[in-house]
Design a protein. Structure first.
Length: 264
């Protein structure tokens, strides 16, 4: 009889970008709960320190590394600092990402070039810049796992978000290309595509307004948003040995939204 599936990350070292945000914080906390040492990366030291504090108070091990993933030098420094601190790297979670606010969501002919550049730099270039040095290390040290966070907008574009749609679609195919290239090096690469996840930002955009919330939830068969904890659980599974035959996968976690032909 096979043993029951358990998420075990003991002895592993993980880098999680965007670890000061709602989803990234839960990912970092969950990785530590399952035994990993976690390098928490992001732009703002205070939010990273808050995440690290949560992990340490629960008995885990973590450090904060201030990083601009849109800079290849800063991204390379993140990977180097993690290896310096923990003497290894087993998993990279490219979670960090941005989108324009409601007032910035416009048709392409009216879209801000500056916003386009910022989103592409963070959401797509950042995945490349962080992955490249991580992969170089993993190849030399027997393998590892990479989980890239895209969005359902990467597989089902929504209106007035051309930069976000382009970047997140790029992350999907970049992840699959990496999976093909790196399987022979024992490096697994998968991509997570969240739907509508409930946190402070989406509360302000949609869920604080009853009519807006109902309009959005009408498209989601489960009729609720997801939670950061649910995204963290799936990410931990993809980083664990229990998913050892899984690479090149596109994991849509959206309550069934993309099964519905209607778009929001």
């Amino acid at each position: 009889m096979s043993k029951p599936m358990t998420v075990d990350l003991n002895g592993k070292v993980a880098v999680i970008t965007g670890a000061g945000g709602a989803i990234g914080t839960e990912m970092a906390v969950a990785f530590a709960r399952y035994g990993a040492k976690v390098a928490c990366a992001g732009r703002t030291l205070s939010t990273l320190e808050a995440t690290v504090k949560k992990i340490r108070e629960a008995g885990g091990e973590a450090c904060a590394v201030v990083t601009d993933i849109g800079s290849k030098e800063s991204a390379a420094g993140l990977i180097a600092e993690t290896i310096k601190n923990y003497n290894r790297l087993d998993c990279l979670v490219n979670n960090a990402g941005i989108n324009g606010g409601q007032s910035e969501r416009k048709k392409i002919n009216e879209y801000s070039d500056e916003l386009w550049d910022r989103i592409i730099s963070t959401d797509l270039n950042g995945v490349y810049y962080c992955s490249k040095p991580a992969v170089a290390y993993m190849i030399e040290h027997g393998g590892g796992t990479i989980i890239n966070v895209s969005s359902i907008v990467g597989v089902m574009p929504l209106r007035l978000q051309c930069a976000f749609a382009a970047a997140k679609a790029g992350v999907v195919n970049l992840s699959r290309a990496m999976a093909i290239e790196l399987a022979e090096n024992n490096i697994r690469v998968n991509v997570l595509c969240p739907g509508s996840i409930l946190f402070e930002g989406t509360k302000n955009l949609f869920y604080a307004d009853k009519a807006k919330a109902e309009a959005l939830l009408a498209h989601i068969p489960m009729h609720r948003p997801g939670t950061p904890e649910e995204m963290a659980g799936l990410t931990c599974f993809l980083a664990s040995d229990d998913s050892s035959y899984v690479t090149g996968g596109v994991f849509i976690a959206d309550g069934g939204w993309t099964c519905n032909i209607r778009t929001f």
